[in-house]
Write a protein that binds this ligand. Structure first.
Ligand SMILES: Cc1ncc(C[n+]2csc(CCO)c2C)c(N)n1
Length: 217
């Protein structure tokens, strides 16, 4: 069995829990509170800026030229998405102030940056994979279930269910399988642990947006 298949199985229960979260169920129905969506978009913008740095670090540490290029392209893609958020949703929903990163947002980005800088590069690649793969699967799930008429979140839903994004995700999956082949079973297990942890942090990111999570102090 390929490493990515094993990793997906290891994270599958968390994926299922993500699809049933109130944030995603209300996004599907088009009933999600606008303030919660605004909080999510503002935090995602902060997330993407750091995510792009993590991808750039991995690009610099990758062993194969093609992987260096691919991760550099992924990093560029994350910046492009972040700019699109600013040009589109920030305007549309009237988001003007820059909020501090929420505890969950900060924890997630710091987790990825730490792995990107310090972990074995194959483990760092495994840690960023859920950002691609979970989003694709959740995006497809939401797209299939959505209430299409007058859903204010239609545009956002279309982005992650689109074919362009599917191609990027396939490439990220392929790279992880390629690098996993040169790893020992113990290293592959560390990759799986990083994948599952990042999947949990995806859950926490959505949960924190729904709660509009604040710092206690
Ligand atoms: C919390 C959070 N996790 C994943 C994504 C998805 N995503 C956005 S840009 C990009 C890579 C483009 O090259 C990916 C996978 C997100 N937006 N927010």
């Amino acid at each position: 069995m390929s490493w990515t298949k094993k990793a997906w199985e290891a994270g599958y229960q968390i994926y299922e829990q993500i699809t049933s979260m109130p944030f995603n169920q209300e996004l599907i129905a088009g009933t999600l509170d606008k303030e919660k969506f605004k909080f999510y978009i503002a935090q995602d913008s902060l997330y993407l800026a750091e995510f792009s740095r993590a991808l750039s670090l991995i690009a610099g540490r990758a062993h194969h030229t093609e992987h260096v290029l691919e991760f550099a392209r992924f990093a560029e893609g994350a910046v492009v998405v972040e700019h699109a958020l600013h040009a589109g949703y920030f305007q549309k929903f009237g988001i003007t102030e820059t909020l501090p990163a929420s505890p969950s947002c900060q924890h997630y980005t710091h987790y990825l940056l730490t792995k990107a800088a310090l972990a074995q590069v194959e483990v760092a690649m495994a840690a960023v994979l859920p950002c691609f793969w979970i989003y694709k699967e959740v995006g497809d799930f939401i797209y299939q279930q959505q209430q299409k008429e007058n859903n204010p979140y239609q545009e956002w839903i279309d982005t992650y269910a689109g074919e362009e994004f599917a191609g990027i995700v396939e490439r990220a999956i392929k790279i992880c399988d390629e690098v996993a082949e040169s790893c020992t079973p113990a290293q592959q297990q560390t990759m799986t642990d990083a994948f599952v942890m990042a999947t949990k942090l995806e859950w926490m990111f959505w949960d924190s947006a729904y709660r509009q999570e604040q710092w206690p102090l």
